[in-house]
Design a protein around this ligand. Sequence first.
Ligand SMILES: *[C@@H]1O[C@H](CO)[C@@H](O)[C@H](O)[C@H]1NC(C)=O
Ligand SMILES: *[C@@H]1O[C@H](CO)[C@@H](O)[C@H](O)[C@H]1NC(C)=O
Ligand SMILES: *[C@@H]1O[C@H](CO)[C@@H](O)[C@H](O)[C@H]1NC(C)=O
Ligand SMILES: *[C@@H]1O[C@H](CO)[C@@H](O)[C@H](O)[C@H]1NC(C)=O
Ligand SMILES: *[C@@H]1O[C@H](CO)[C@@H](O)[C@H](O)[C@H]1NC(C)=O
Ligand SMILES: *[C@@H]1O[C@H](CO)[C@@H](O)[C@H](O)[C@H]1NC(C)=O
Length: 507
Amino acid sequence: MVGHRFCLSLFFLLALAVTAFSTLEFSRDDFPPEFIFGSGTSAYQVEGAAFQDGRTPSIWDTFTHAGHAHGATGDIACDEYHKYKEDVRLMVETGLDAYRFSISWSRLIPYGRGPVNPKGLSYYNNLINELISHGIQPHVTLCHSDLPQALEDEYGGWLSRKILKDFTVYADVCFREFGDRVLYWTTVNEGNTFVSGGYDVGITPPQRCSTPFGNCTEGNSSSEPYIAAHHILLAHASVVKLYWKKYQNKQHGFIGINVFAMWFVPLTNTTEDIIATQRAQDFYLGWIFGALVFGDYPEIVKKRAGTRIPAFTIQESKQVKGSFDFIGINHYFTTYIKNNREMLKMDQRDFSADVAVDMIPIQDDSPPDQFSVLPWGLQQLLEYFKRVYGNPPIYIHENGQRTQRNSTLNDTGRVKYLQGYIGGLLDAVRNGSNVKGYFIWSFLDVLELLDGYESSYGLYYVDLDDPDLKRYPKLSAHWYSGFLKGRNITPDGPIEIQMNKTPLSDA
Ligand SMILES: *[C@@H]1O[C@H](CO)[C@@H](O)[C@H](O)[C@H]1NC(C)=O
Ligand SMILES: *[C@@H]1O[C@H](CO)[C@@H](O)[C@H](O)[C@H]1NC(C)=O
Ligand SMILES: *[C@@H]1O[C@H](CO)[C@@H](O)[C@H](O)[C@H]1NC(C)=O
Ligand SMILES: *[C@@H]1O[C@H](CO)[C@@H](O)[C@H](O)[C@H]1NC(C)=O
Ligand SMILES: *[C@@H]1O[C@H](CO)[C@@H](O)[C@H](O)[C@H]1NC(C)=O
Ligand SMILES: *[C@@H]1O[C@H](CO)[C@@H](O)[C@H](O)[C@H]1NC(C)=O
């Protein structure tokens, strides 16, 4: 176990030297002046205080308490609920322009509906004020997988149309209370993976699925992913309509939605793999963006899902079409796509069998537990948004490297990844991609959905063996800070970040 003492000694090691770069390739000054760089977390993954001050459980609490995140829970997590001032100070030291976080619906409105919890309200006011007073832009997500369990129990959460009203009322409270200071709102995080994990294979909250597609107590893998996604889109559109009508004129903010966006390349140049790759784009991106940009699902999605996917009425289609100021994407990797002939022919199908592809990881020289560094995949993804969806304003809400949690603070693999992807992003921006900002996932080592505390993405290590949950900057925190403060970066060159004498944190 990597404990306190290990961290301290490594910290001092890292805190010794000075910066040196061989080739000067780019710096943040090469990005447009208004481009923002930040980092993010989400409520259940970072706040802790899960049963404190009136918060009630979300579907994610239920999931972790059933042991599905390797026995880990967010009961305490990083305790940002109590340590937000310290965390904002670390953000300032790192040099972030913006912090992306989410509001816990069941902290602000316990049970999902009804009176506002004054303690939840003051927590988010305090956090937002702390950020603003230090010049850090808050970018806020309204629902990052953590739907109030009470609404799941009462009417099946996203499976019911009743969610439209409750989500809109909740959003109204957020805009009214925080919208004078929060200018960037995202309705739902990763709607596409939320429903495939939660309603098809059933391995993420709310863990619904049917046999033979998964092993759950309830659900229907053939139809529920489509129903839940449909309601997410309608609820999103309803909230956007509210924001545009009631708030945008006086608050001058922006609103969008977030999707998980992998990039796909055909495994071979056979027609079947090329068609399968397009099918994967249509199911993973087109499902959401077809609706948002064109007002309907892609033809192939409607064809393969048949009556299992709800149809938009003319009115709904009008409301969903164009209902965003920006879109947020979470991008981590690129995979090969191979056509899956057997799935393609199956009669009884779930969402995965509708897509009917195999995803085959592309290996580079990164360690096997880490993502390959393939910045060209991000560039091609952004070109696809230009070509197919009219180059909408985009925030990269999440991008980052996974490592084993407490292996080392010397996370050279993460630095290599970030260096590569920020370089690729610059090339895409220079070629006309409309990206407005970039957030590293994650600011701290947070609770991860499936891995609990066993994997990590953070710029800062959180020592869970220390009752104070002390934070320690990794090499990547020093690296990002250097980049944000104007240091030059070489996209492919050797990593020669060495540590500044001044520690990032108050070790
Ligand atoms: C990593 O940290 C967690 C939480 O403190 C601990 O349970 C686990 O044993 C540690 N793993 C290793 C490999 O040190
Ligand atoms: C299905 O889940 C139950 C309860 O979690 C478990 O006992 C059972 O072994 C699982 N079955 C399969 C086939 O995985
Ligand atoms: C799932 O829903 C579909 C469409 O409504 C229905 O045809 C099918 O029988 C259902 N399957 C299960 C396992 O309930
Ligand atoms: C497929 O064709 C493209 C363009 O000609 C080429 O760049 C690529 O290497 C080919 N892929 C395979 C797996 O042969
Ligand atoms: C960090 O790791 C790299 C590569 O694994 C190594 O070259 C370097 O010496 C390490 N730095 C420290 C401070 O341990
Ligand atoms: C740059 O943009 C142009 C026009 O949108 C496009 O045709 C071209 O393929 C892009 N170049 C790269 C390297 O993506």
